[in-house]
Design a protein around this ligand. Structure first.
Ligand code: 5GP
Length: 122
């Protein structure tokens, strides 16, 4: 599987470094969770690892088990902190060209607060 090199100037790297602001919901030593700037549902947050990983391919290949566990735990906390836990929600992580990934730093979208619709949008 091909991996592009990590771009340290991507927008989420700048958020992690505190160079640009975000609406932070949660943080742990390995993860940061914040509101999406262009929400697609009443609840739309992004969960990212603080480590430099392009996407799920890269993260699952190189991240430590501790980092991977922290990422999953952060997604679980996000569901509870946003209130999405009760009604249901969707987790999406876009990868590469076919996945229409725009920001080249791994992120999980958590969408909820209303029915998110069918899994395949076309
Ligand atoms: P992707 O298409 O890469 O899976 O999703 C990238 C997401 O990042 C989009 O939902 C977009 O609205 C969000 N986004 C892009 N730039 C910023 C930003 O500067 N701040 C925040 N909070 N979200 C951003």
């Amino acid at each position: 599987m091909k991996h592009s090199l990590y771009d340290p100037n991507n927008i989420f790297a700048k958020i992690i470094r505190g160079e640009i602001p975000c609406n932070k919901l949660d943080e742990c030593p390995h993860t940061l969770t914040f509101l999406d700037i262009n929400p697609q549902a009443p609840i739309h947050v992004l969960i990212i690892p603080k480590g430099s990983y392009v996407d799920m391919n890269d993260f699952s290949s190189r991240a430590s088990i501790e980092e991977q566990a922290a990422f999953i735990a952060a997604i679980g906390r996000a569901a509870k902190l946003t209130g999405a836990f009760e009604g249901g929600y969707r987790i999406i992580s876009n990868v590469g060209g076919f996945g229409h990934q725009e920001v080249p730093h791994l992120h999980a979208h958590l969408l909820g607060g209303e029915s998110i619709g069918p899994i395949r949008l076309r």
